[in-house]
Design a binder for this molecule. Structure first.
Ligand code: UD1
Ligand code: CA
Length: 455
């Protein structure tokens, strides 16, 4: 089958008014990726080499997003929304390039999995002209019904056109279809609009193909494959199902999730075996974690790279450009942004490291802040290998601390510190014997006098 070329036509011209959103429906994200891009990924995983996305209104916005997430996909505008067959024909130019297989998919049905599509393509390879992906929803209302006769699929009837007997059918149309490329245009062009909605139904090609003596087949997929998103409640349901799948995958590939239902992955999270993820961890886009890391509870991580055996959190925030090398440690209430934390370095408590390098085995004390921003520009802080930054220090960038440099607690460091130097950036301590007691007595008698005067 791998030699068969495959085009997927993804229908996404609907307005999605029930989302009540300024964003086109199919651009709403699931795991950080627009739902239509999930559909493209599934098509690609099933071997599609080209994608044609049929769009309607807000074409510019759609094109911009597709260029970012699915740069290979072509877009075609369906000017008037006259039905699913009409929508597929908006991509006529792509279809007429002569692909072996055409996969018709919906941009708002993001959980379709590659296996269901691959199975449909297999049926085409075996000689079917049309393959319908069916499913059995708990309640069939609203779906097209698969009408079978003698074990063969003979028609799909939209609910509005169903007889009472047909309404009782529980085997429904998930919407997606695979069509043999050589028959596709002939079948689609034969579709009319004589039905309850006056639309050109893609589903009519089943009867048309049957009448031409072509082979039509139904396969069965699970409910989530057919989950169409029309509102935000369904969006949340799809997110939940997607996360469930991803958690399962992570655990089966050797990642421990202590409380899987509380860990949220991004569409592109990479996470190595023997990583342990404690409860309530959120991964935004662009996270790569090598093996053996510990991600403690309540950490929020995006755009970060975490090498082997690192220790992160609890309550750590790693922002884009955080680059933790082997065995680095970023502890509680620390934020790291655009900074390399080299091998074995420790940033353990209450610290902000931004636009910086922390050298190997350096120790960053509690409350250290890299002051990287003057309100206009960002500046770099370089901390050498083995340096020790005393607690509650401010490093005012641009500044560098040499290898083995030692910064006294509470310092404000504005000038470079050479290798192995000790730097104080604070007033020297003054201690006056007996003065504490004297002050206390003075304050106590003042308070007593005030109280007496008030009586
Ligand atoms: C469709 C199927 C139905 C199936 C159901 C599964 C048809 C005729 N019916 O019905 O059998 O059970 O999906 O969810 O195919 N679109 C366009 N342009 C159009 C019309 C639709 O781009 O002119 C897009 C929509 O944006 C959507 C998809 O095609 O992504 C499906 O259209 P929709 O109107 O939702 O079809 P259903 O009535 O749900
Ligand atoms: Ca629908």
């Amino acid at each position: 089958m791998s030699q068969r070329s495959c085009l997927s036509v993804i229908l996404a011209a609907g307005e999605g008014t029930r989302m009540k959103s300024a964003l086109p429906k199919v651009l709403h994200p699931i795991a950080g990726l627009p739902m239509v891009a999930h559909v493209v990924k599934a098509a690609e995983a099933a071997g599609a080499s080209s994608e044609a996305i049929v769009i309607g209104h807000r074409a510019e916005e759609m094109r911009e997003v597709m260029a970012k997430f699915s740069p290979k996909a072509e877009t075609f505008v369906q000017e008037e929304r006259l039905g699913t067959a009409h929508a597929v024909l908006a991509a006529r130019e792509a279809i007429s390039r002569g692909h072996d297989d055409i996969l018709v998919m919906f941009g708002d049905t993001p959980l379709i999995d590659a296996e269901a599509l691959t199975l449909a393509r297999l049926k085409l390879a075996e000689g079917a002209a049309v393959v319908v992906i069916g499913f059995r929803p708990p309640v069939p209302n609203g779906y097209g019904r698969l009408v079978e006769k003698g074990g063969k699929l003979i028609a799909i009837r939209e609910e509005k056109d169903c007889s009472e007997a047909e309404k009782k059918i529980t085997f429904c149309n998930a919407g997606m279809m695979a069509i043999a490329g050589k028959h596709a245009l002939k079948l689609l062009d034969a579709v009319g609009n004589q039905n309850a909605k006056g639309e050109y139904y893609l589903t009519d090609i089943v009867e048309i193909a049957g009448a031409q003596g072509l082979d039509v087949v139904a396969t069965e997929a699970s409910f989530e494959n057919a989950l169409g998103i029309n509102n935000r409640a369904e969006l949340a349901q799809a997110e939940g199902l997607w996360q469930q799948r991803r958690r399962e995958q992570a655990m089966l590939s050797g990642v421990t999730l202590v409380a899987p239902e509380t860990v949220y992955f991004s569409y592109d999270t990479e996470i190595g075996a023997d990583t342990i993820v404690e409860p309530n961890v959120w991964f935004g886009p662009g996270v790569k974690i090598a093996g053996g890391a510990k991600i403690h509870a309540f950490s929020h991580i995006e755009g970060a790279s975490i090498a082997s055996n690192c220790d992160v959190g609890p309550f750590a925030r790693l922002r884009p450009g955080a680059d933790l090398r082997n065995k680095a440690k970023v502890g509680n209430f620390c934020e790291v942004k655009q900074a390399i934390i080299e091998e074995g370095a420790k940033v353990n408590h209450l610290t902000y490291i931004g636009d910086a390098r922390v050298g190997a085995a350096a120790n960053i004390g509690a409350g250290t802040i890299t002051c990287n921003y003057d309100g206009y520009s960002k500046f770099f802080t370089d901390i050498g290998e083995g340096a020790f930054i005393g607690s509650n220090s401010s490093l005012v960038a641009p500044v560098s601390i040499g290898k083995g440099g030692y910064i006294a607690s509470g310092s404000v460091i504005t000038e470079n510190v050479p290798d192995d130097a000790l730097a104080f950036g604070r007033a020297r301590q003054k201690t006056i014997p007996g003065k504490g007691k004297e002050l206390r007595e003075r304050f106590a008698s003042a308070a007593a006098a005030k109280k007496k005067a008030a009586e």
